[in-house]
Ligand binder design. Sequence first.
Ligand code: FES
Length: 143
Amino acid sequence: MGLAFAVPAAIYLCFPPRSRKTPDWVQAGDLTQLDLGQPQQLTFRRTGTDGWKIAAEKATAWCVKTSDRDVIAFSPWCTHLGCAYHWDEQKKQFLCPCHGSVFGIDGKVLAGPAPRSLDRYEVKLENNAVWLGPVRGPGGTAL
Ligand code: FES
C-alpha cells in the first residue's frame, strides 16, 4: 500500500511538471504577404505546456510592416483591461471598443484610459518568414 503512494510521489519529486510556458519563437507569417504601412492581423498557433500537458492554442498579432526588412508586431490585447482592439482603416488608428482607448499605428496611446502603449512581440525575420517571440511590456519585461 505504501508503495502505491511512494512511487507516484517519487516520480513527481524527480520529474516536477513544467511551469506554464509558451515557446520562445513561432513562425507567424510571411513578410511578402504584408503591405507596407498597413496593419494586418496575423493568426498563428502556439504550443505551450501546462504541467505535463502540451496544448496548442490560437494566437494573433497586429503586424505593421515598416520597411522591406522591419515589422512591428503588437499583442492583440489592449493595455487597459485586456480587451481585443481592432484597426480602423478610415481613422488610421487602433480602437478599443471596451472603454474607448485609441492607439496610433506605432502603438502609442492617443486617447482613453490605456496606461501605456501597446505591448509588442519580439520579432525576427528569416528570409521572408516572420517569427514572433515573447510579448514584451513596459521596460522590455516579458509578459
Ligand atoms: S480594455 Fe481597452 S479601453 Fe479598456
